[in-house]
Structure formats: structure tokens, C-alpha cells
Design a protein around this ligand. Structure first.
Ligand code: ADP
Ligand code: MG
Ligand code: MG
Length: 211
């Protein structure tokens, strides 16, 4: 489908379903190197998002949807991931404000702004074993597809696949941000939960477009 407000709504509905289905898995990853609540946090936030989506008018733009997601996540998700994802969706909304339909260039702007928002808020760099390690490869892959003239579905697929690889690539790392950074060497061998949830959200974005 074209990347309209309906797509953004479908993305968030699908995200809520996927996060709910993977809640236990996200908790387990966070139990290994954090405090075990990442699945709970994400599920609480996206359940609240899903409950609010039908309050939006039919003509809502992608930015309207993303703004609702941002404010909902900030107010319902306790923990580091709430303000981080909240800032991501808020900056993404600002980047595509006023557009009723996103082309590849706007989509790259959305993803870049989301990643930059997370970096602004959390100050993590690539390789610090955080959600940034899934977002940054996704942004790079998306920009490459746009440069080659690919369409929005190809772009979102490439972003999701890069995020998959980025999440897996956090496994051997020592964490330099977030709770996992207190573990030192003991964080090695475990996937970062936030990188895993980012991978799930970006896959949902692609799946929502590819119908
Ligand atoms: P909390 O750690 O407060 O319990 P969550 O468990 O919901 O919050 O989220 C943890 C995830 O947040 C981590 O796996 C990591 O991806 C992400 N995270 C934590 N701190 C930062 C940061 N400074 N920058 C980017 N991501 C971070
Ligand atoms: Mg946690
Ligand atoms: Mg916590």
C-alpha cells in the first residue's frame, strides 16, 4: 500500500501484535543483561498505542499517527526505552509533517530522524550494544536503496533486514550504555533487547507496506 496515514496505522497495529507475541522473548533477553522488563514495557506502550489509534480521524497523516505514538510511549512506558522510542517517533513525525504520502526520500528522512532522536536522547554510538545498533544499519541500508531508485517497499525490506543483522551483531559486544553496561564482560554472548525490539518494529513497517 502507499505510505499514507493508513499505512502508519497498520504499522502500529502490527507492531502492537508483534510486540505482544514476542513479549516473553524480549523479557528474557532483558533478564540476561538488564532487569527483565523490556517486553513488558514495550507491550504496555504498544497496547496503549493500539487502543488510541481509532481515535484518529480517517484523514490522519503519517505524522499525526507518529505523534500519537510518541506521546503515548512517553507517557506509558517506564524505563529507558520509553523516552528513547518516544523521541524517535516524535522526531520522525516532525521529519514528515505535512506529507499525506511518503516517497522514498521522505521515508529515509523519517528513519534518519528516528535514529538521530535516539542518539540525541541516549548518546549511544554504534557498537555500544543498544537499539542504535539496529537503527543505524537500517538507515544506511534505506539510504542506499533510495539512492538506487528503489521503491518504498524495497527500502523498508532492506531497512528491516539490516536491522536484523544489526540486532544479531550486538551479541558479542560489551555494552557501553544502559543497564547492560554495568555487567562488563558478562554482557557478551547476549543480544541487546532494544536492538531486538527495533528489528521487530522495522519488520512490521515493511510488512504493513507490502500488502
Ligand atoms: P530499562 O533498561 O530502563 O529497564 P528497557 O528494558 O525497556 O528499559 O530498555 C532497555 C533497552 O534500551 C536496551 O536494551 C537498549 O537497547 C536501550 N537503551 C538503554 N539505554 C540506551 C541509550 N543510552 N541509548 C540507546 N539505547 C539505550
Ligand atoms: Mg529493562
Ligand atoms: Mg526497567
Amino acid at each position: 500500500m502507499p505510505l499514507t496515514g493508513a499505512w502508519a496505522t497498520a504499522w502500529m497495529t502490527l507492531s502492537a501484535q508483534v510486540v505482544s507475541a514476542r513479549r516473553a522473548e524480549l523479557n528474557t533477553l532483558d533478564r540476561d543483561i538488564g532487569d527483565g522488563d523490556h517486553g513488558e514495557n514495550m507491550d504496555r506502550g504498544f497496547e496503549a498505542v493500539a487502543g488510541k489509534l481509532d481515535t484518529l480521524p480517517a484523514e490522519a497523516s503519517p505524522a499525526d499517527v507518529l505523534k500519537l505514538v510518541a506521546t503515548t510511549l512517553i507517557s506509558t512506558v517506564g524505563g529507558a526505552s520509553g523516552p528513547l522510542y518516544g523521541t524517535a517517533f516524535l522526531k520522525a513525525a516532525i521529519a514528515v509533517g505535512g506529507l499525506d504520502r511518503l516517497d522514498p526520500q521522505a521515508l529515509v528522512a523519517l528513519l534518519t530522524a528516528a535514529r538521530d532522536g535516539i542518539v540525541l536522547r541516549g548518546k549511544a554510538e554504534l557498537g555500544d550494544k543498544t537499539m542504535v545498533d539496529a537503527w543505524t544499519p537500517a538507515v544506511i541500508a534505506a539510504a542506499a536503496v533510495q539512492k538506487d531508485g528503489g521503491d518504498v517497499v524495497a527500502l523498508l525490506r532492506a531497512a528491516a533486514e539490516a536491522a536484523d543483522r544489526g540486532a544479531v551483531a550486538t551479541e558479542p559486544l560489551v555494552a557501553r550504555k544502559g543497564r547492560a553496561s554495568y555487567l562488563g564482560e558478562r554482557a557478551r554472548g547476549h543480544r541487546d533487547p532494544g536492538a531486538e525490539s527495533t528489528r521487530l518494529l522495522l519488520r512490521a513497517a515493511a510488512d504493513a507496506a507490502d500488502v
